[in-house]
Design a protein around this ligand. Structure first.
Ligand code: PHE
Length: 443
């Protein structure tokens, strides 16, 4: 029952769809709070360093594996080489389950905040009250789980319909709108009285603050934000046309993703200082700070609602790419019908996400090494599984399938790629050694 493989309709369409996977909660929710917890400017510098060396190289490696393998991660590894390498693909599918389970919980928060801002439930006035409102909201055992279910259902519905229908069209319109709104909000945040301290925090490094934890967090965030290390970009690469220039596409996706993260930093951190919030407040930081910014602009409730809706859409396009890894595997390798695969996997992921949600409220007493269930899932995925996947993907391209992924006649990169030598060197030595060193040091 081989079905023709869906393909993105145009060049811009592919870059936007891959950017849609990369740009999401990682940029707007996670990046600012990690920067806040890890010394601001120091984190930013490490992050940018990792993104444009290791990140860009692994991005290209994944897209190339995908296009040459023309399959989901498991199928692509099996087809290009097979043997033990296939395990990297399975690892990616497993990681997809883990990440999406807690990602969807946060996706649910964005839906809830969109609704509460629209209906005036979230009084956009008192900065301190906003902090308490967030705490009370996530601690509730019912509400957030319901929104998590809703977010997961939306993700499943889109993925069940297939890759080429709604995704491209939606991204093309909504991502630019999000970008403009983000830029406008940045201006408001940067001009708040007291914003200067936040700008200094984000731009003036204090190198005494660097610890093994900071380095690991920056590396993990580079992988998480670029959707690398688990095969999401392999899957998307398998849908990309052979005419496309892959290195250029990789550079575009990486740059756009970084731009949005840095903008989110300039939006959140100055406001954090202006309103006197704690930059190390953790996962709630963005949800506490944004409404405070909306309270300072005309038509705040309107723009607040619009922003949370767009953030939910950005989260959805990332969630789709996570679920797509699992679903493409079930469809390609196991012959499961697409809709059945999407609903089945979605159900399991929903259940797996429930303890993450509850760990911020009624189950907060259950911790391992000071981390609750939510933090454990995030740490395991971002700081262990994704970087480990990155090592293996880099080694695979650098040492094993380099000739195949360069072979233009079979969907490879082609020889007009001027940086091929540097790229191969990074894949063979630099990326695996650097990531391994960081992981080992952390342990
Ligand atoms: N990159 C996405 C974000 O920043 C999350 C993601 C991670 C998506 C891994 C796919 C794979 O929100």
């Amino acid at each position: 029952m081989a079905q023709p493989r869906g393909q993105f309709g145009s060049k811009v369409g592919f870059v936007l769809a891959a950017a849609g996977s990369a740009i999401g909660l990682g940029n707007i929710w996670k990046f600012p709070y990690l920067a806040g917890e890890n010394g601001g400017a120091v984190f930013l510098i490490l992050y940018l360093g990792f993104v444009f060396t290791i990140g860009l190289s692994v991005m290209l490696a994944e897209l190339a594996i995908g296009r040459a393998g023309e399959k989901n991660p498991v199928g692509a590894f099996a087809r290009l080489k097979g043997g033990p390498w296939t395990v990297v693909g399975y690892m990616g599918v497993f990681t997809g389950f883990i990440i999406l389970s807690f990602y969807s919980v946060v996706g649910g928060w964005t839906l809830a905040y969109a609704l509460q801002t629209a209906t005036g439930l979230l009084a956009l006035s008192d900065a301190e009250a906003l902090g308490n409102a967030f705490g009370a909201f996530v601690a509730d055992p019912i509400g957030p789980v319901g929104y998590h279910g809703l977010f997961m259902a939306l993700t499943v519905i889109v993925v069940a319909r297939g890759i080429d229908t709604g995704i491209e069209r939606a991204c093309r319109v909504l991502m630019p709108v999000l970008f403009v709104l983000l830029a406008v909000l940045c201006v408001r945040s940067l001009t708040l009285p007291g914003a200067g301290a936040g700008i200094a925090f984000f731009l003036e490094p204090d190198f005494s603050k660097v610890s093994a934890g900071t380095v690991t967090a920056a590396l993990g965030q580079a992988f998480f934000s670029l959707s690398l290390g688990m095969g999401a970009m392999i899957t998307y690469g398998s849908y990309i046309s052979h005419r496309e220039n892959l290195p250029k596409a990789a550079l575009w996706v990486t740059s756009l993703d970084t731009l949005i993260a840095v903008m989110a930093g300039f939006l959140i951190l100055p406001a954090v200082f202006a309103f006197g919030f704690d930059p190390a407040a953790g996962p709630g930081l963005t949800f506490i700070t944004l409404p405070a910014v909306f309270s300072q602009i005309p038509l705040g409730a309107f723009f607040g609602t619009l922003f949370f809706v767009l953030l939910a859409v950005a989260a959805l396009t990332s969630a789709m790419s996570l679920l797509e890894v699992v679903v493409a595997y079930l469809v390609d390798e196991k012959g499961v019908p697409r809709a059945k695969a999407a609903w089945g996997a979605g159900m399991v992921i929903f259940l797996l996400g429930i303890p993450s949600s509850l760990s911020l409220g009624v189950w907060s007493d259950f911790t391992v090494a000071g981390k609750g269930f939510f933090d454990i899932m995030d740490y395991l995925a971002s700081n262990v599984l994704l970087p480990t996947g990155g090592i293996l993907i880099a080694l695979f391209v650098g040492w094993t399938v380099y000739p195949q992924v360069m072979d233009a006649d079979n969907g490879g990169i082609g020889h007009e790629f001027r940086w091929a030598g540097v790229w191969r060197f990074v894949c063979r030595f630099v990326a695996p050694a650097a990531i391994a060193w960081i992981l080992v040091n952390r342990l």
